[in-house]
Write a protein that binds this ligand. Structure first.
Ligand code: NDP
Length: 447
């Protein structure tokens, strides 16, 4: 690795020794842009690189809320405002017990390059709380969201910072958060948050966008090698927003979905998930907030407790749950089973050694910052519609989403090094995002 890149990583490890996920994310980007920087010394400036890895601002705050037993509970809330060189801070909120500063800094760092890739004027951020919505009543979730917004509202706005959903933050939480923001400000400012319901300023297709966008992206990858989705077998992890709509689009395209998962384990459907099964899983996860294990039992289907889906033979693997859920041993199992393509629906689901193994064995690999960018891109379209005070039909949003994913794919090709005819999507995506943000920072005096 270039000494300047190594030096920035070494400093990060010294300054924030426990932020392993953040170090991992920076290392992944540095590894991918290394060769490009060797040939483009303009970007080898230590201060520029240090600015890229240092958030512009971090807000950490207390979130007190009253549970159903009348007891005051306290959680920790965060907003990492990473980089506003190309637009207002933009990135989701995550509610999960594993949320800490390292996780949010890695997510905000990833978001910087992803948002640049969308071609829209979006800076980067990420936030959330170590709150676990699992097992909480609607009233508890509402009181929590309102209390979180009682602090967050000071730091966000339609032209400063625009949060959205992520793990544990879906339509219900976004509604409660936006309602409290509106109340505190006495203003209807719909562009302050995205992922809103259609009744109060949301965009058609935002719910579907990350999963659908992922499938549009892999359709491009396959088309590039003269192949297609029809008849492919696909393993998906997760059963939340991204996984559900990736599965839905795959069924539309004639592929066979063999698995979904949650933190309890993996549902295996040997003959492929049907549309009816998927609809009941959506109901289970989005309304009843139930577990896949019980659902599998009720439907007489196989469930592998505490296991990931990657031992199941498939043509395509789509990790759509969380970070580091596909590690070296999982990659080896996929390689042994002749998996052709791995594309990230989640953020950083593949560990760095897993990525290296996949690439070494010519498995096509798409990093999340390219393949899952459809969600934030459609959030950008939601912001545009909010500014216009007008809503586009679903077909228009979907066509625009597809066009953006095709453009991201084309940008990956432009910046991919030409090695033996295969595309290095990891290099292509990282360099394309890096160049855009770095150019904006240089033009503005690094800020
Ligand atoms: P959801 O909360 O809707 O779903 C998350 C899914 O992942 C659930 O099935 C959950 O299972 C599972 N999961 C979470 N943590 C773990 C874990 N530690 N081990 C195993 N399974 C786990 O989130 P989303 O679908 O919105 O997000 C999934 C991923 O996609 C995240 O990495 C997110 O950052 C990324 N992403 C999301 C976008 C969006 O628009 N929603 C946009 C771009 C990226 P359980 O219910 O048991 O916890």
């Amino acid at each position: 690795m270039l000494p300047v890149l190594q030096s920035v990583i070494n400093d990060l490890r010294k300054r924030d020794p426990m932020q392993y996920e953040f170090h991992q994310a920076v290392e992944e980007v540095w590894h991918a842009v290394n060769t490009f920087l060797e040939h483009n010394p303009r970007y080898c400036d230590q201060s520029l690189l240090e600015s890229l890895v240092e958030p512009e601002r971090i807000i950490i705050f207390r979130i007190p809320w009253v549970d159903d037993n009348g007891r005051l509970q306290v959680n920790r809330g965060y907003r990492v405002q990473m980089n506003s060189a190309i637009g207002p801070y933009k990135g989701g909120l995550r509610f999960h017990p594993s949320v800490n500063l390292s996780v949010l800094k890695f997510l905000a760092f990833e978001q910087t390059f992803k948002n640049a890739l969308t071609t829209l004027p979006l800076g980067s951020a990420k936030g959330g709380a170590d709150f676990d919505p699992k097992g909480k009543s609607d009233n508890e979730v509402r009181r929590f969201c309102q209390s979180m917004m009682n602090e967050l509202y000071r730091h966000i706005g339609p032209t400063t910072d625009i949060p959205a959903g992520d793990i544990g933050v879906g339509a219900r939480e976004i509604g409660y958060l936006y309602g409290q923001y509106r109340r505190l400000n006495n203003l209807v400012e719909q562009g302050v948050i995205t992922g809103k319901g259609l009744a109060y300023g949301g965009s058609r297709m935002r719910t579907e966008a990350t999963g659908y966008g992922l499938i549009y992206f892999i359709a491009e990858m396959l088309a590039h090698i003269g192949d297609g989705l029809k008849g492919k077998t696909v393993c998906i992890s997760g059963s939340g927003n991204v996984a559900q709509y990736a599965a839905e689009k795959l069924l539309n395209e004639g592929a066979k979905v063999l698995s979904l998962s949650d933190s309890g384990g993996t549902l295996y459907v040997k003959d492929g998930l049907t549309r009816e099964m998927l609809e009941t899983i959506k109901q289970l996860k989005n309304e009843e907030r139930g577990r896949l294990e019980q659902w599998a039992e009720q439907h007489n289907l196989t469930f592998y407790s505490d296991q990931r889906p990657w031992q199941i033979a498939c043509d395509i693997a789509l990790p759509c749950a969380t970070q580091n859920e596909l590690e070296l041993d999982d990659a080896k199992a996929l390689i042994t089973n002749d998996c052709q393509l791995v594309a990230e629906g989640a953020n950083m689901p593949c560990s760095n050694d897993a990525i290296i193994a996949l690439q070494k064995h010519q498995v096509l690999y798409a990093p999340g910052k390219a393949s899952n960018a459809g969600g934030v891109a459609t959030s950008g379209l939601e912001m545009t519609q909010n500014r216009q005070g007008y809503f586009w039909p679903a077909e228009q949003v979907d066509a625009k989403l597809r066009e953006i994913m095709q453009q991201i794919h084309a940008d990956c090709l432009t910046y991919s090094p030409a090695i033996k005819g295969t595309v290095d999507y990891q290099c292509g995506a990282n360099v394309a995002g890096f160049v855009k943000v770095a150019d904006a920072m240089i033009a503005q005096g690094y800020l």
